[in-house]
Design a protein around this ligand. Structure first.
Ligand code: ADP
Ligand code: MG
Length: 831
């Protein structure tokens, strides 16, 4: 190794593109003074030396130490943007990309044509751009167009500790791109910046380069923060609790900014409104209207337009989460400097009497309340960095964007709800959704640390120390929590074909990768590999099937590929609103009240029986009759969604009709979200979800059943044939390709009495027997058309009435139906 380094040095110094210049920057004296206080300035020489001598460098440092704002400036001054190449910085969050570009432009006294940003829907990049902040998704798309990233002389991956899937894939990709650029004589530098010291995944696990990249640690000053736990943990209304705590801090404690952590945009606005009402601040204060109209994103604009045109009474969509950026954390070096953690006792402890409801307003000290979340308009975001009007106290109500991406000056008090909204994947349904969960200890400590940037501070945790003890230490890389078929499809969409060989910082298992690839081939998202007879594991693992146009459409929806396929096919026969509703309903687990629950008393038992009878009738009504019945349990879901919306989605309606109110609200939200996604992929379709759908026509029901088969094809089951019936255990049983034992239609299913020959199911649950849930009937002749891989054709397909046997048995096939091809057009995919 010792020999290699001088050798490397020599080679590097010979490179013509190696900058040897110093580009002066004209900073204002105030900026210059402020920067000198940043810990990262002390490391400038070390960092730049390391960058010159190594293709890849890792920089770790406490949030606020100046990594994001200063490192691009070091590189600029050292001439890395003086040639044809520019400096690119990726952020997992849009808000950081936008606000950091503005900040750096201001610090360097350069226009935004030179220090620019690019996020999914907007940007101000010009041909003069030298420093470009962008989201990690944007850089991934650029790699798709130009694998060598020839525009860039340096790429900085910021916030790598968040371990977002995009960041992980980017690091893997760049580990290939950097050596390739080297070979072509156009060297590029890679910097990985992280707020945590847990960087082994990048340096040890990932064999990025022949020698592990050097890690430069930036020491930051951190003042002690006193932690105050609640004695009790409010289960539901933590926004209310946050309100009371903030009011108390403002009325009782010495000056200093307050930073409140909540989980989402809606909560942030709700708390802002309550606080402004309690502590009115007239002159110069912004009204809520301004904040409310602040969403400039394309999706929101479209949605608003749709709202004006048609009466879409869907709830406001939480675009904070719609950005599909994973909200994750993974810091562990936060204990140091956080101060003593104790259950109250300090003189600044505010007690735990959250029960007192009326907060008296104290108009003498106005509270300057500002919201902060990912998709807030940049002008609004910028306000948090400016000093509050004199004589007021700053109070920022934020989602966890304020945790590591942004540093707000002057914060002395932190109020932490302890929760985070996270993308959550259900391993059974494979569906992703957003849920509020407890955060990790590392993340809570990171939040607390926000109070100790400029002087000793206090953190009020709205939960008990016992609850904190149960938090996970830090969360895993997102990649290990994600079903991989989803991820593989995303990567294929980026034209990364040999996924097995991909250098993941934390790789998923080979079996998981192979299974995912096979499912995607069967869904038609990937091209089928050439048939080479039976393949062994190794050969299969080496499959590198390219993505199909259908796969690209599927990749653009925020649901698992099976459901993505249904959405991609939903365009025909005006079925899209129904497909969206069915996919939304399947995504939310358990929309129906459990009718089989045990009763605890005689009285309850008879009431429950009555209710069961009544609700069974209701569900039968939703299932319809005749052809619509064949859509089975999915028709019941569709009927329930339609009926519930028709009644205004009230709690009362849900209770009366055996629906879970929370689930129905979630479906409503998801329908809006999926509608936005479909419109984004395929604007010419222009679906508007009318919550009060009219029931589908018979023709549409047939179409829906085919779409469901196309998506859930690998969950096909066939009723046992006469010859198998000898064994009583098979009575009314179904065979599936993957299981030896029979599975059954549950007595509560709409198809329990019908027992169709072929069905597809959403999932199998094992209770007293193996029961299929979410069952829908399919016609035999659709199977060779939609799932040829499950069929053997004999004699060959060309003959008019081929016999085929599916892996679930032999059936007679009439002429392969051409129905499904009618109007089957894929939406145009915009790249
Ligand atoms: P890091 O990336 O290490 O977390 P940053 O470079 O984001 O650190 O922040 C360095 C300093 O710059 C912080 O003290 C922060 O308060 C300040 N800062 C960042 N953005 C702004 C802004 N828009 N206005 C004023 N100060 C800012
Ligand atoms: Mg930063």
């Amino acid at each position: 190794q010792e020999e290699k380094i001088p050798h490397q040095k020599k080679v590097i110094n010979k490179r013509p593109s190696e900058p040897a210049v110093f580009i002066p920057v004209d900073r204002s004296p105030e900026i210059q003074e402020a920067r000198l206080k940043l810990p990262v300035l002390a490391e400038e020489q070390v960092i730049m030396e390391a960058v010159r001598e190594n293709p890849c460098v890792v920089i770790c440092g406490e949030t606020g130490s100046g990594k994001t704002t200063q490192v691009p400036q070091f590189l600029y001054e050292a001439g890395y943007a003086s040639g044809s190449g520019i400096i690119g910085i990726t952020e997992p969050r849009r808000v950081a990309a936008v606000s950091m570009s503005h900040r750096v432009a201001k610090e360097m006294n350069l226009p935004t044509q030179v220090v620019s940003y690019q996020i999914r829907y907007e940007g101000n990049v010009t041909s003069d751009t030298k420093i470009k902040f962008m989201t990690d998704g944007v850089l991934l798309k650029e790699i798709q167009k130009d694998f060598l990233l020839q525009r860039y002389s340096v790429v900085i991956i910021d916030e790598a500790h968040e371990r977002s899937v995009y960041t992980d894939i980017l690091i893997g990709l760049l580990s290939r791109i950097v050596p390739l650029r080297d070979k072509k004589g156009m060297p590029m530098k890679l910097l990985i910046m992280s707020a945590t010291l847990r960087v082994e995944d990048f340096t040890e696990n990932l064999k990025l380069f022949r020698t592990p990249p050097p890690v430069i640690k930036v020491d930051a000053r951190q003042f002690p923060v006193t932690i105050h736990f609640n004695k009790r943990t409010p289960l539901e209304d933590y926004t209310g609790e946050a309100f009371h705590k903030t009011c108390k801090i403002h009325r009782m404690l010495p000056p200093g900014g307050i930073l409140v952590f909540l989980t989402g945009q809606a909560e942030v606005h709700s708390l802002c409104r309550r606080l402004r009402k309690a502590f009115p601040f007239r002159k110069g204060n912004t009204t809520t209207a301004e904040d409310e109209g602040a969403d400039t994103s394309e999706a929101m604009r479209k949605f608003k337009k749709a709202k004006q045109k048609k009466t879409v009474s869907l709830p406001r969509i939480d675009l904070d989460n719609y950005s599909a950026l994973p909200v994750d954390e993974g810091d562990e070096d936060r204990e140091a400097g956080i101060g003593d953690e104790e259950d109250g006792g300090s003189d600044l402890d505010l007690g735990d009497d959250s029960a007192d409801s009326e907060e008296k307003s104290d108009p003498s000290i106005p509270l300057y309340v500002l919201p902060l979340y990912s998709l807030l308009a940049p002008e609004q975001q910028a306000k948090v960095f400016r000093p509050p009007p004199t004589g007021t106290r700053l109070c920022v109500v934020a989602t966890n964007v304020a945790e590591t991406s942004l540093t707000i000056p002057g914060i002395k008090y932190v109020v932490d709800c302890g929760r985070v909204k996270k993308r959550f994947y259900d391993r059974v349904t494979g569906v992703s959704s957003f849920k509020v969960t407890w955060t990790s200890q590392a993340s809570a400590n990171q939040r607390a640390g926000r109070a100790g940037r400029t002087e000793p501070g206090h953190c009020y945790r709205l939960y008990s120390s016992a609850v904190f003890g149960d938090f996970s230490l830090f969360s895993e890389a997102e990649i290990t929590r994600r079903p991989v078929e989803d991820l593989i499809l995303q990567m294929k969409d980026l034209n990364i074909e040999k996924v097995v060989n991909f250098p993941f910082p934390t790789p998923p298992s080979a079996e998981a990768l192979i299974a995912a690839e096979e499912l995607l081939i069967s869904l038609g998202a990937l091209e089928e590999p050439p048939r080479t007879g039976r393949m062994n594991e190794l050969q299969r693992a080496k499959l590198s099937c390219p993505i199909t146009p259908l796969g690209r459409a599927m990749a653009s929806f925020p649901v698992a590929p099976r459901y993505g396929k249904m959405l991609a096919l939903g365009k025909q026969q005006d079925c899209l609103p129904y497909v969206i509703a069915v996919v939304a309903a399947m995504t939310v687990r358990e929309i129906f009240e459990d009718l089989d629950r045990p009763a605890h008393s005689e009285d309850e038992s008879s009431k429950l029986t009555q209710r069961r009878v009544r609700l069974t009738q209701t569900r039968r009504l939703w299932a319809g009759h005749g052809p619509s019945l064949l859509l089975g349990d999915l028709m019941v879901m569709l009927g329930a969604v339609g009926a519930c919306e028709y009644a205004g989605c009230t709690r009362k309606f849900c209770e009366n009709n055996g629906l879970r109110y929370k689930a129905m609200l979630e479906i409503r939200r998801l329908r809006g979200q999926l509608t936005n996604a479909v419109n984004a992929v395929c604007p010419e379709v222009g679906v508007f979800v009318d919550p009060k759908m009219t029931p589908p026509t018979e023709h549409q029901v047939v179409c829906l059943r085919q779409i469901v088969l196309a998506g859930l094809g690998d969950h096909l089951a066939r009723r046992v044939q006469a010859e198998d019936m000898l064994d009583p255990k098979w009575k009314n049983g179904y065979k599936t390709p993957l299981m030896d034992d029979p599975v059954f239609i549950h007595p509560s299913s709409a198809l329990f009495k019908t027992l169709p020959e072929f069905v597809v199911y959403q999932e199998i649950m094992e209770t007293s027997k193996m029961y299929m849930r979410g069952v829908s009937a399919v016609e035999a002749e659709w199977i060779p058309q939609l799932l040829p891989q499950y069929c053997h054709f004999s004699p060959p397909l060309e003959t008019p009435a081929p016999r085929f046997c599916s892996s679930t048995g032999t059936v007679r096939c009439h002429r392969p139906s051409t129905f499904f091809r009618v109007g089957w057009q894929l939406p145009a995919v915009e790249m």
